[in-house]
Design a protein around this ligand. Sequence first.
Ligand code: GLN
Length: 454
Amino acid sequence: ACLREIEAADALNAFVHKTPEIAMERARAADAMLKEKGDEAPGMCGIPVGIKDLFCTEHVPSQAASRILENFRPEYESTVTAQLKAAGAVMLGKLNMDEFAMGSSNEHSVYGPAVNPWRVDERLLTPGGSSGGSAAAVAARLCLGATGTDTGGSIRQPAAFTGIVGLKPTYGRCSRWGIVAFASSLDQAGPMTRTVRDAAIMLQAMAGHDPKDSTSADLPLPDFEAAITGDIRGKRIGIPREYRMEGMPAEIEALWKQGAEMLRDAGAEIVDISLPHTKYALPCYYVIAPAEASSNLARYDGVRYGYRAKLAKGEGIVEMYEKTRAEGFGPEVQRRVMIGTYVLSAGFYDAYYNRARKVRSLIKRDFETVFADGIDAILTPATPSAAFGLGEMSEADPVQMYLNDVFTVTVNLAGLPGIAVPAGLDSQGLPLGLQLIGRPWEEGELLNLAETLE
Ligand code: GLN
């Protein structure tokens, strides 16, 4: 049924490589697993999922939506997708995204934009980004869950734009091995699903220690689904005053208030808190993320992977690198490489990169302080607006796009878990999301609180 839905939904441009043979093979394997294990079979057994194109999948195109990885078929499987497979999940194909996960609208993709299944009249809307294909696919019911990655909001913002649930786990909860690197100190994989319970089940299969990723945490894995008890009495939920941005649409403010009331009605205590360094998060992120990206993307040189530019007579290896990278990377990726190289250069390293690292510590400390004061989780809007129209954000002003990440990047900088849950509809009938931010390693608690908001 999902494979049929995918064919019928080609206009969404969510699936960019379909793998129906693999899907049928895995479905049969799942059937056998179910027969053998019965109720003991893992929760993901037989569940059809989509995989963001950023994950390496053995012998299946894994392009990170970039021309530079054209025809790249990895010889190996990422840890997260290998674990999903081992748990019986059925891969339907690879999902659209912004090139190298850089963007908030899925418009920076070699495959062209993914389209949000939600509409206002006939206006085409973005599903958000960078995990836009994942969000569109889950929202349109082409699959029951999808993997996303979140470096600065790329799971939570698209989830909010499409009315689904998106969880970014604590940094280190899921292995990054085999996921194309963007900014290694920020990248985390996570589940995108229709419900909070589904997110718990999918995270269970994705998470866990992996010796192949030195930043993956060697901690016991709690039972995430069992953590959803519905009992949130006595929990202290912080409302950070710095997130009450000037010019915030009244509808978002109202839904935020309504979310707080829902948590209070369920027995939580709502507390005003301050995260004083919030306003520095966006500039800090847009120094650190490009810095790490410029280093990670140095490997795409026309030799080791994918695309290589054609050379004219007289052109040598330097021209080969230059032309390959100029033709293989899209404009947003080139912009990030340029910014990253600049902030890491000898003359500017201290002024930009090192300063951003210090600011990052202050942002992290803001969270540590409120958690030490007994706050269990923090409630904020997920995005400053509902989904915008395709092509509406100007290419000439990239900062306009970056502003989408204002509520989400703090969480990555601090390495914390964050979840976006559907909060309701705006006056145009488009979904809006709320975000809950938790203590490190407390995804279970976060899921339990998030379920109250469903
Ligand atoms: N929109 C942000 C960026 O462009 C976040 C991307 C992400 O989380 N992968 O960097």
